[in-house]
Design a protein around this ligand. Sequence first.
Ligand code: PBG
Length: 327
Amino acid sequence: MRRMRRDDFSRRLMRENVLTANDLIYPVFVLEGEAAVEPVSSMPGVSRVSLDGLLRLAEEAQNLGVPALALFPVVGADKKSEGAEEAWNPDGLVPRVVQALKANFPDLGVITDVALDPYTSHGQDGLIDPADPRGYVLNDETLEALAKQALCHAQAGADVVAPSDMMDGRVARIRAKLDEDQRIYTRILAYSAKYASSFYGPFRDAVGSAGNLGKGNKYTYQMDPANSDEAIREVALDIAEGADMYMVKPGMPYLDIVRRVKTELQVPTYVYQVSGEYAMLKAAAANGWLDEKACAMEALVAFKRAGADGILTYFALDAARWLRAGD
Ligand code: PBG
């Protein structure tokens, strides 16, 4: 076996998987205002930015060949409510920044998150019955809200809407809503296998939903980390309901799920290297315990090896720069 590993040329010739900028999606936390930049303390190198900063990042992504951005809004307390009505306000933050992005960078893909958690006063991804002491998230009542939110994003010009809420039946409902409005080209990236993960901690800090969620959790709708067959059923349902792209989330602890989805269902498969995975690598690197670039690139190619067609990662711009530098 070592003959082929002996020289760089033969290692390159038998390399099975190659990461390129085309594989990357860059997530951005978006703020109201102007010239606003707020570093996220648990995610070194990541900041929440207002539209001007977002446009600069979009230009960088485009120049580096990164195909798409994924937007996550930071919503002020005054815009949060029990019913999450701000989620489908056509003059809200997300529709406004989507319009600006598409006007300035028409070829850069724009992906918006469809879930109510930035907009609910209780921090859950769906609507709850205020009379229920357990705060159970209502499935069917939430679907119409998600469909309105997705349509609002599509009408603003979003190329891809990405339901990350884990309600049952939301892909079908969103697809029907888009079709009714002749939005036949809007793609749906379904967060099909989204686990109830503790690796989302830094993200909830970044968007400011951690405080609202309090001691609450998302166990009644996000998946149990112990399950694997259930992920295949989730993806199969979203295929039947008409999604175009399928996400497994988180990433590194769930590579087995990525591989099963790709092998058993043969669909466009994506993986989300989540905030906690990013934070761990950054923290170890900051302490001098790990080589940041080497470990980040190893993790990214591992996603490819597991079968991912694309990777949503906070390292997207850095990785694209490292790839360009060719070292
Ligand atoms: C919420 C959402 C979450 C993430 C993306 N969208 C967190 C959650 O479900 O509470 C996490 C992403 C990350 O950790 O990087 N709809």
